[in-house]
Design a protein. Structure first.
Length: 219
């Protein structure tokens, strides 16, 4: 999943000669809080609505306030996971995409990425989610896979989240609705099962399994 498979071009990057007032108006019209800024074809950085609101005179051109630009960007040939990490770190509403010459060629939308990921097999296939809390030193995906497969099941997807300095939470999407036997197997091998998202959750709280996983991940 490369970045260039998800690029949007429904608006153009703006130049540093734009007035602050016009940039704020563009953000309001586009319903985003960030805009890519270019000059003479080269990408200079990302401007946020918060930084623009701090400018005393909104009639100023942006070139008077270049210090507030943030260097967030991603290369077109990067993996989509690197883009998601950058978006999360900056709490961005758009992430500029650059070609090898550092020229702006489009942007990524967090919302569109969620929709695109939702169409991936690991999310769209029926199944359930189990979350394990594992010491980093004890994390072996081969062992976890072996336990799941011993119950005639398959892992469709996996997400890792840091849980303190020494632990991680491992969310597994599994191709079974009833995970009771798998839960018992993990507990038999002394894994800490912290959450199980099973059929009842999907029926009551979400239209499909992907929506339930998104709620868990707080996307």
């Amino acid at each position: 999943m490369r970045v260039d498979e998800h690029i949007l071009n429904d608006f153009n990057a703006l130049d540093i000669t734009e007035r602050v007032a016009d940039l704020l108006l563009s953000m309001e019209e586009l319903k985003i809080n960030h805009l890519p800024i270019v000059h003479e074809g080269l990408y200079l950085g990302l401007i946020s609505e918060d930084d623009l609101l701090d400018v005393e005179n909104i009639e100023d051109s942006l070139e008077k306030h270049l210090k507030v630009l943030k260097p967030y960007s991603i290369s077109a040939d990067d993996h989509i996971y690197a883009a998601i990490k950058t978006i999360a770190e900056g709490n961005l509403t758009c992430l500029p995409v650059l070609d090898p010459g550092k020229k702006y060629i489009g942007y990524l939308s967090p919302q569109e990425l969620v929709f695109d990921l939702g169409r991936q097999v690991s999310y769209s296939e029926a199944g359930s989610v189990i979350v394990l809390r594992v010491a980093i030193r004890d994390y072996y995906i081969s062992k976890i896979s072996q336990i799941v497969e011993s119950e005639d099941a398959l892992i469709l997807g996996l997400q890792l989240r840091q849980d303190g300095n020494d632990f991680i939470r491992v969310a597994l999407k599994i191709n079974q609705q009833d995970l009771s036997r798998i839960v018992k197997s993990f507990e038999r091998f002394e894994y800490d099962v912290v959450e199980v998202f099973h059929q009842a959750l999907f029926d009551e709280d979400a239209a499909d399994p992907f929506e339930a996983l998104v709620k868990y991940l707080n996307i």
